[in-house]
Design a protein around this ligand. Sequence first.
Ligand SMILES: Cc1cc2nc3c(=O)[nH]c(=O)nc-3n(C[C@H](O)[C@H](O)[C@H](O)COP(=O)(O)O)c2cc1C
Length: 197
Amino acid sequence: MPQLVSAAALRQIFSLDEFEPLARERMDPAGFDHVAGGAWDEITLRESAEAWRRRRFIPRVLTDVRSVATTGSFLGREAAIPVAMAPMAVQRLAHPDGEVEAVRGAARAGIPYVFSTAASRTMEEVAQAAPDAERWFQLLLGATGTLVGRPLYWSLATGGAAGIERAVTILRDEIATALSLLGVERPELLDRGYLQA
Ligand SMILES: Cc1cc2nc3c(=O)[nH]c(=O)nc-3n(C[C@H](O)[C@H](O)[C@H](O)COP(=O)(O)O)c2cc1C
């Protein structure tokens, strides 16, 4: 099984899509298939990815975006970007330390970590590993951010906590670029009016 990629190699990753093949090389094939797969014919899995690709933003012009802020919030608590690590079962499939390594990565990147009901480490171990992390249990409603699942799972398998940090940096840069191009200063100012139907 290949080692985690080095810090220098992580800096050469520029798109979230690059993590999946790197994770595949590092994970046990059955574990990889469990995370990558969907139910039965995987119709919903395919269609949800295609639905995202069909979305287009509508940029506004003549707005001052010399400085954009990429911070987000979950029930009033601030995060580095409007993204939290989604609850995902059995993170030992991605990394020997599982959820303990994942929460460290989320804490380093400044995003909330959502603990799954089907975790492979205890809640106490996760709390002890990152006492200052923003830690959530899998049930949450009313957040003004989004949960990202598999891409962060692949980044955990690729580079451990540092891999998650790199993935969040890529996401933050993408959000900053998108906000600038859209003519929007902060993510919470976005609404459906910025989306092409
Ligand atoms: C391997 C795996 C395990 C998951 N386990 C849970 C879970 O225990 N609880 C839960 O609420 N959602 C679970 N999910 C769903 C994720 O939280 C998330 O909603 C889903 O992966 C969609 O986000 P994505 O398209 O960014 O991956 C799991 C997803 C995957 C891929």
